[in-house]
Write a protein that binds this ligand. Sequence first.
Ligand SMILES: Nc1ncnc2c1ncn2[C@@H]1O[C@H](COP(=O)(O)OP(=O)(O)OP(=O)(O)O)[C@@H](O)[C@H]1O
Ligand SMILES: [Mg+2]
Length: 412
Amino acid sequence: MPDVEHIIGLLLGTEDDWPRAFEALVKRLGPVKDGAGRTHGIETKRVTIEPFDLRDKPRHSLVIDRLAHWYYHPREWLKKVALMDDVYLLNSPFTFQSMEKHAAYCAMIRLGLKVPGTVLVPYKHPVENSRWAYTAARYNQPFDLDEVAERLGYPLFMKPYDGGAWVGVSKIDNADELHAAYDTSGERLMHLQQAVEGYDVFARSLSIGPETMVMKFRPELPMHERYAVSHNFLGAGPGMEVVTISQLVNAFFRWEFNSCECLVRGDEVYPIDYANACPDVSLTSLHYYFPWAMTALLRWSVFCVVTGRKPRLDLDTARYFEVAARDDLSYGDKLARYQALADEYFETERYQDFCASRLGMVDEMVHDWVTSPDFDELLVDTVKGTYPEAEHEMFVSHFRGLIAAWIHDRTH
Ligand SMILES: Nc1ncnc2c1ncn2[C@@H]1O[C@H](COP(=O)(O)OP(=O)(O)OP(=O)(O)O)[C@@H](O)[C@H]1O
Ligand SMILES: [Mg+2]
């Protein structure tokens, strides 16, 4: 019997691929010893939805949430267990609910990042509220949409302030397209944002705790081909900058499982989207990078529960803003300081030491699992659940090939 037992809760919607992967890895891992020599047993449990008393004690030490951004009953449960019981959350609705894409732009602009020029325009259609007509008549300023767009300059993007999954995103090249897009925006609140044109690389990174994987992304291709298997596609400078931006955003907002999109042109890095409460980690999107993502999720959640890392509900914005306000620091100096703040928040050094001393066997364990029939069964089931029957064979061999490439790269 382990000295301490932990339950990692999985709050899920329709996904089954990565949860099965994560469950399999936690099972294979077995008990973990902490620095004091105590053994920690770790178990996963899928969270079910039912009435809960506000005074109930949860059994979970940590919950990985993939549901609360649209399902509010479990969202309120997450808040309750965070506030009352210190349950560790990836991610916390306290910051994800209040800080949308819009707030993330604002904060990062203040920190000096090269967010393209962005304007928030009022709703096209009246807001559903009996007080709207009076309020709008009194306070809504008439505005010239063309003039706003011209000030930003074409081409631009119109996209929801709280976006996700490209819904309502359109590229706008002229005034006609601008009006057509605005007219159809309806009750959606929209940003107009300068397009970053002629970029060399679309870098999409996935971060879990202090770990970041920067991947080359090709948004114009179908989903299963968007993440290219490519290494060293960024120079050292922009490569580090993308990592720093990803970790800075996460440390600043206390988001610990998030993806970040940066467009890189020459040596300039333009962050365009970095608030994804539920980043895509499906096997069919990440393929080659899927074992990395599962390893990072395992390591970070085990680190959090075994070391008893305390969740932080408060933000620590002042320390970041102090750096931002310093005239004597260059952009590069500021990035270095932001990275240091992020490392402090994520306890990066302690985490790395923990991984080396307590989880040294994980790489080999993941390798064993990825080369096992269990993994292949997961791959086949996922393909069957994702694509029409006529495409099963093609996709099974496609993804097997990418996984074989990962295995090859690990062992050579
Ligand atoms: N300022 C910009 N310059 C160039 N391309 C952009 C810009 N903004 C958005 N795009 C393009 O539009 C796509 C969708 O925009 P964005 O990421 O902001 O929306 P989203 O709904 O959050 O998408 P997702 O959920 O896939 O992240 C981006 O992946 C990129 O290809
Ligand atoms: Mg995006």
